[in-house]
Design a protein around this ligand. Structure first.
Ligand code: HEC
Length: 157
């Protein structure tokens, strides 16, 4: 039998695994946004309950004021070649590296994967700094737009 102290340490370790382990599921609820569950660094269920439209996702990826992902990421979109940035990883074949669920979390809130990343959280309204009054309370992308981008990036293999 473990003594009381050992048993206490054991219980504390078990609790830490339950609350902070990568396998633990965490439900995120924010005002006005669709709730979602993070598990294993991924969000399995589409925010809209259905797959997005990859052609629309391609459009958000190059539209300033929407996703505009190309300012930081290489994507196979020849018409914007001249303004493609390389601050973030090349996403040309991201669909063969990450699952749709993993891509979804990285668009919703990449800070959950790397707290220090400079990539913005596109589906988040709390915990943000220096938010302009005109856009406060609104995520950068709607749930539909996130799903369109997930569908587009998943198709890149
Ligand atoms: C300000 C620059 C910036 C913008 C804008 C940006 N990203 Fe990122 N993104 C990054 C960086 C940097 C990383 C690397 C992750 C890290 O920092 O830990 C990353 C990582 C990712 C990853 C994971 C790639 C991998 O191989 O692990 C995906 C997927 C992604 N971004 C998608 C997007 C999408 C979609 C958009 C547009 C809606 C976007 N990003 C906009 C900077 C950016």
């Amino acid at each position: 039998m473990p003594d009381r102290r050992t048993a206490g340490l054991f219980a504390a370790a078990a609790l830490a695994v339950l609350t902070a382990g990568p396998a633990a599921a965490q439900e995120v609820r924010e005002p006005g946004l669709t709730p979602y569950v993070i598990k294993d660094y991924a969000v399995e269920k589409p925010l809209t309950g259905k797959p997005g439209d990859p052609a629309q996702g391609r459009k958000w990826a190059i539209t300033s004021g929407q996703g505009n992902c190309v300012i930081c990421h290489r994507l196979p979109i020849p018409e914007v070649e001249f303004r493609i940035g390389n601050v973030g990883p090349d996403l040309t074949e991201v669909g063969s590296r990450l699952s749709a669920a993993e891509i979804r979390l990285r668009i919703i809130n990449p800070k959950t994967v790397n707290e220090l990343t400079i990539m913005p959280a596109y589906y988040r309204v709390t915990g943000l700094h220096r938010v302009d009054d005109r856009v406060a309370g609104k995520p950068m992308l709607s749930a539909e737009q996130v799903e369109d981008l997930v569908a587009y990036l998943s198709s890149l293999k």
